[in-house]
Design a binder for this molecule. Structure first.
Ligand code: GLA
Length: 411
């Protein structure tokens, strides 16, 4: 699908005005103590192309889609629908039925992160000095996904968080000094090669996208690289490019490579991500931007989201995925649920419009959790949150119906 260039140019002018007007807005930020994960609600600006026809493979046409009683069919013509899960949910048949009813794509909430895969003892005694991986649990997860006919987003290879500190240290000893750049590059290549080769050989075609790097940029108003990441400290600023080089080298040719981050709909962080993405894209290393999309009800601004997607889509054909969507809401009154439904609709209005009008290549939306009883936000904020489309009993909330309204307008 080619973008209509005239449309795109005119649109860009309009967006540029919006971006300027919004440049002073900001997002808030909090720290996940449990997982040592920083999270910023997404509030930003910037600006789309849809040329690459290689969209996510499991999206199929469904003319009567809007009448379907599930998300995956309603949205099939636009983008695939995904959800973050844990292995116990895949192993439970009722939960798995619910997953496969609504979604075609899953992301493991934690279990494919380096923390879960790396084996310290085996690494320390490895003859070649390279990290050793334990992939049995991942293998089992991937089998369950395959049996259920699901596809997977791989999350994540290179991240400052949920990656063991010893990986960066001499002799894989957490008290040791950092290793030198060459050693760390060799460890990085080895890790990426082992994970991707395992996926290619044991479960070919299952993982259609990888978040190669997660959360590489700082949150400050000046943004720039996250310089306290052990990847940055040991390798230097080009660790991102190196990670993408290795991922491209070892990934199956159909697996899309993503740069994933939060808070990238606004200001300096949006610009910083765009700059890094442009460098990778021009070298043929990047296929998509993952916008985590952890939003707050109070701060969510659809204009910022639209401007940001439009900016990233200037890299023609670049895929845009909302990889960890939720809309934090700690009030389950009916008024608040209605408000949440309106905001979700505004969000989906933006992505459906940009995709349908070929202004951007939106290929997947993944919700970060199955329902309001399993959301990470409740633990993280130490307050109850109701951020998802389904309540604790998996019943559709008002926001479930409102997002479906968005797509109906384009059918
Ligand atoms: C970030 C990470 C996710 C997850 C969430 C919190 O957004 O990318 O993997 O850890 O934080 O659940």
């Amino acid at each position: 699908m080619k973008l209509n260039l005239l449309k795109k140019t005119a649109y860009f002018v309009a967006i540029a005005i919006t971006v300027t007007a919004l440049a002073a807005c900001g997002g808030d930020k909090a720290k996940d103590k449990e997982q040592n994960t920083e999270v910023t609600t997404e509030e930003e600006s910037s600006g789309g192309g849809k040329i690459n026809p290689n969209v996510t493979p499991m999206v199929s046409k469904a003319p009567e889609a809007a009448d379907a009683d599930n998300l995956k069919d309603v949205f099939a013509e636009r983008f695939s629908m995904g959800v973050a899960v844990n292995s116990w949910q895949l192993a439970d048949s009722n939960t798995l039925d619910f997953i496969t009813k609504h979604y075609t794509s899953i992301t493991m909430e934690n279990e494919m992160k380096p923390d879960y895969i790396l084996d310290q003892e085996a690494s320390a005694s490895a003859e070649d000095g390279m990290p050793v991986l334990k992939l049995d649990a991942v293998d089992n997860i991937m089998k369950m996904a395959e049996d259920a006919g699901l596809k997977m987003r791989g999350h994540t290879l290179i991240w400052h968080s949920q990656t063991p500190g010893w990986l960066f240290r001499v002799d894989y000893d957490e008290d040791g000094d950092y290793v030198d750049r060459e050693t760390m590059l060799a460890r990085m290549e080895s890790y990426i090669k082992k994970v991707l080769t395992f996926c290619n050989e044991e479960h070919p075609g299952l993982v259609y996208a990888w978040d190669v790097c997660n959360e590489t940029m700082n949150d400050s108003q000046y943004s720039g690289h996250r310089t306290d990441s052990p990847w940055y400290i040991t390798i230097g600023e080009d660790y991102i490019e190196k990670a993408f080089e290795f991922a491209r080298k070892y990934a199956d040719k159909d697996t899309k490579l993503f740069l994933n981050d939060y808070g990238i709909t606004y200001g300096e962080k949006c610009k910083a991500i765009y700059e890094v993405a442009t460098g990778l894209y021009e070298k043929g290393l990047l296929d998509g931007i993952g916008m985590q999309s952890h939003h707050d009800m109070e701060n969510f601004n659809p204009d910022n989201l639209e401007a940001a997607i439009y900016k990233y889509a200037q890299l023609d054909g670049l895929e845009i995925q909302l990889t960890e969507l939720d809309l934090h809401n700690n009030d389950n009154s009916s008024d608040s649920m209605q408000k949440q439904a309106e905001l979700y609709k505004q969000l989906f209005d933006v992505i459906v419009k940009l995709d349908a009008e070929e202004m951007a290549n939106v290929t997947n939306v993944t919700f970060w959790g199955l329902n309001d009883s399993t959301t990470w936000l409740t633990g993280f904020r130490k307050e109850t949150s109701y951020p998802l489309l389904f309540d604790a009993g998996n019943n559709p909330k008002p926001c479930y119906y409102s997002v479906i309204e968005s797509v109906k307008e384009y059918q």
